[in-house]
Design a protein around this ligand. Structure first.
Ligand code: AMP
Length: 299
């Protein structure tokens, strides 16, 4: 696997592949790779002739400078892991290669998709940072397929909107959330959780499970389903930024569960901001908040 730093290097490396009509898959990441990222790389390896992993901690999508400074980084280990998972190219540009002096353009998806949930709490600029950098990565790498995790379910919706609206010639693939054996969704930020907060963080998947159980028991009122999740969060003292039951395509709030829905949670555990989500449906929604159940839904 080679590590490339500039768009010129990427163009030189991928030009011959593209001319030979070989399919290119891109897995955008901010590094500190874990099994969630590796599942995307392996999926790309299965489907594509050439697999590119980008590693770029994008300053434009951080609303909090301390959060950006504290974001964990380990390029050497990332290169090793990405290569083992099947990547051909690690594209790890410096910030100045992505945002050269004079950079003045922003790509913004407007409306509920970027202004609700994460947008409401981190600011819509967060998603404008995401859509700007993803547009640039898609232009620089020009992949046939882009691989993203449902851990960031709202991000997937925003990126699908972006690709549709700007006629970008790429297919967006969204893959399931990968969890630790105790249910915690993998995240680069988990490394900052001490033992006490690591245990407390389990309230997030437990809250999602409680919502599933409420639905299985026949509950259809959104407020009651959310309440079931809130009760579980509050037990160990986790005070969420939001627990929201929304339409899985539009993110509009729902009041009655009468079709597929997305239950999304964001909460600070100690100083660490965590997000998690699950699909809910009145008809036999699979509970994917335990790794065992998640694996079953993949087969
Ligand atoms: P990040 O490095 O956090 O920006 O994530 C890069 C990609 O990996 C995004 O598409 C994330 O949704 C995805 N991802 C992060 N964590 C997980 C996880 N636990 N399961 C599946 N995908 C994930």
């Amino acid at each position: 696997m080679k590590t490339l730093r500039t768009k010129a290097e990427v163009r030189d490396a991928l030009g011959p592949e593209r001319r030979a009509a070989r399919t290119i898959g891109l897995v955008p990441t901010m590094g500190f790779l874990h099994e969630g990222h590796l599942s995307l790389i392996r999926a790309a390896r299965e489907r594509c002739d050439v697999v590119v992993v980008s590693l770029f901690v994008n300053p434009a999508q951080f609303n909090d400078p301390d959060d950006l400074a504290a974001y964990p980084r380990s390029e050497r280990e990332d290169a090793q892991l990405a290569g083992e998972a099947g990547a051909d190219v690690l594209f790890a540009p410096a910030p100045s290669a992505v945002y050269p002096p004079g950079f003045a353009t922003k790509v913004a998806v407007k409306g509920v998709l970027t202004e609700s949930l994460e947008g409401a709490h981190r600011g819509a600029e967060h998603f404008h940072g995401v859509t700007t950098v993803v547009t640039k990565l898609l232009n620089m790498v020009a992949p046939d397929v882009g691989y993203f995790g449902r851990k960031d379910a709202q991000q997937v919706l925003v990126l699908r909107r972006l690709v549709t609206d700007l006629d970008l010639p790429v297919v967006i693939k969204a893959l399931p959330i990968i969890r630790e054996s105790d249910g915690l969704a993998l995240s680069s930020r988990n490394v900052h959780l001490d033992a006490v907060h690591r245990r407390r963080a389990l309230a997030l998947p437990a809250a999602l499970r409680a919502a599933h159980e409420a639905v299985q028991a026949g509950e259809r009122a959104a407020a009651q389903i959310v309440r079931a999740a809130l009760e579980v969060l509050k037990r160990p003292g986790v005070d969420p930024e939001y627990v929201a039951l929304v339409n899985p395509d539009t993110l509009a709030p729902i009041t009655v569960l009468d079709g597929d829905a997305l239950l999304a949670i964001a909460a600070r555990v100690g100083r660490i901001r965590l997000i998690d989500n699950t699909s809910l449906s009145p008809i036999a929604a699979p509970d994917t908040t335990t790794p065992h159940a998640a694996a079953a839904t993949l087969t």
